[in-house]
Design a protein around this ligand. Sequence first.
Ligand code: XMP
Length: 509
Amino acid sequence: MILIIDFGSQYNQLIARRVRENHVYCRIETPGITIDDIRSLAPEGIILSGGPASIYEKQSPRIDPEIFDIGLPVLGICYGMQFMVAALGGTVKRAGKREYGFAHLEVKDFRGLFQGLPQTTTCWMSHGDSIAKLPRGFKITASTENTNVAAMVHPQKKLFGLQFHPEVAHTPQGKKILRNFLFVLCGCKRSWSMKSFAKNAIEDIRSAIGNKKVILGLSGGVDSSVTALLIHQSVHHQLTCIFIDNGLLRKNEGQKLKKVLRQHLRINIRFVNAQGKFLQALAGVTDPETKRKIIGRIFMEIFEAEAQKIKDAEFLAQGTLYPDVIESVSAFGGPTSVIKSHHNVGGLPRKMKLKLVEPLKYLFKDEVRLLGRELGLPEELIWRQPFPGPGLAIRIIGEITPKRLTILRNVDDLLLEEIKSGGYYQKLWQSFAVLLPVKSVGVMGDKRTYENIVAIRAVTSKDAMTADWAKLPHKFLGKISNRIINEVNGVNRVVYDISSKPPSTIEWE
Ligand code: XMP
């Protein structure tokens, strides 16, 4: 295991990714971690991340300098290196101007970190301060034109520093450098796999939960499904999942989930049909925020009432992922889990005195998918595109009525069928239809029509923070439009949304 100390760098998740890609487990911790805690985690090496601060700032993040004496290899990156230098008696000078971008790296020592590297290579720099004087026992191992100490080593103590960023794609030899750190210098083994993760997680869950009962809110998305499966495989029928059908789901969504999770995987699920309650409360509502608030409130009420029915439940499980946890880890505070708004049962643990179980909290999304596969989750669920908690309510612009829900469901179903058979489903972040609150004139079989318009939205994205509209082929879009207008009653016009996020959002409401 490798411990990464978070000094606030925007690249922290990337460092963790790079380590895990090599089948080595890693954890990100705050600089506040004590030496005793580090010892009990028993890492094989430590990476000190970069960060936006200057070590001369009063508030700059610091870790107990004893970390350099515990005998473990330590790699300091950018700020991490500067911290190491300052803590061990060297000097860091404030730079007149930032060095940002590509630089030519000249390697001077091919042992250790730079084993197998060419003499010169490109690296990515992003720093203000630089090393002016090395602490005792350190040597320069690489330089660039502007930065004399681009890399350093204390060979006896196995302390290493890099002024550039090996974790970013702009440093082409970065992966090799990190591999050298992991395997040559720390002696890590390639033992981290989803198989070993699953095995350990199942044991951990078992010992945490004992013979107590667990509740889980199932949304049908990959995170909550994988959480359910993992807990089910740990404590079987001590787990009860609650799935609330709010009447705003895609066509046959509830039935599909029932079939896969309950019949096929034998997970204990309570299906709550609350369609009437949601649709009644939404009748006549057109304002997007009001829709969301109503849906959130009713969801909470129903979830709580259902959870109360499960007598003696002591745990609430959630599919919180690592990025949600890391996002809330500041270099100056402790990690706390952010509960995703769509799971929206944030207040429940305290209110019902439930303890949280978050078995995915050290995984990234693609690792959750791999875990799902390892546990036997069908591909169809593993690759499901994200679907918002408020469901079709925020894709029906204007009033939500049963008739308009049926139209949108039929369009959406047909669209997904085409997207899947065209081979686009996994390439797109999301693809869906939106029903507009305006009608338009058309002509069908010599007759005038006055019917609904639907918009097709298809986007590519990495994390939903930014998104680009998908450049689907015109012929393919034409086929979708033809099928929708011919096969779905009540639609006579299809438009394609060509806006990116920002400034638009993915969903229309
Ligand atoms: P926007 O529309 O803000 O959406 O670009 C970003 C991502 O979040 C999803 N989304 C939601 N997910 N509850 C959810 O669970 C919500 O209320 C919600 N609103 C938006 C959206 O589908 C996209 O993936």
